[in-house]
Design a protein around this ligand. Structure first.
Ligand SMILES: [Zn+2]
Length: 114
């Protein structure tokens, strides 16, 4: 994959993730319907607690995805983009096209997830 095209794709992805994170963190402050829902539920806040936990998980996923995107951008700067961080082998262009933030070749990723 052309590094310039990869950079553009990654920067778009980073912007999107940052926007999602900001939206997630901003929720609850500026959403009047949220407090209306809570009034309907009365003193039992189990649902609200569940929602909060869920948002945290989503935020963590977004943050880790954002970290991967930033690392990939760093590899473009370093000139090592498209190389597996574990074995140094080439990451197949198809994989990069599908997942521009890929840090590992298919084989190393599989080993890591095992
Ligand atoms: Zn590898």
């Amino acid at each position: 994959m052309d590094p310039a095209a990869a950079r553009t794709a990654l920067e778009h992805e980073r912007d999107r993730l940052q926007r999602d994170l900001a939206h997630l963190r901003g929720d609850g402050e500026a959403e009047p319907r949220d407090s209306a829902d809570r009034l309907d539920q009365g003193p039992d806040d189990a649902v609200a607690t569940y929602d909060h936990d869920f948002d945290e998980t989503v935020a963590e996923d977004l943050e880790s995805a954002l970290g991967e995107v930033e690392e990939a951008l760093g590899r473009i700067d370093a000139g090592t983009y498209g190389r597996c961080v574990d074995c140094g082998g080439e990451i197949p262009p198809k994989r990069l096209a599908a997942l521009p933030a890929s840090a590992r070749c298919v084989e190393c990723q599989r080993k890591r997830e095992r």
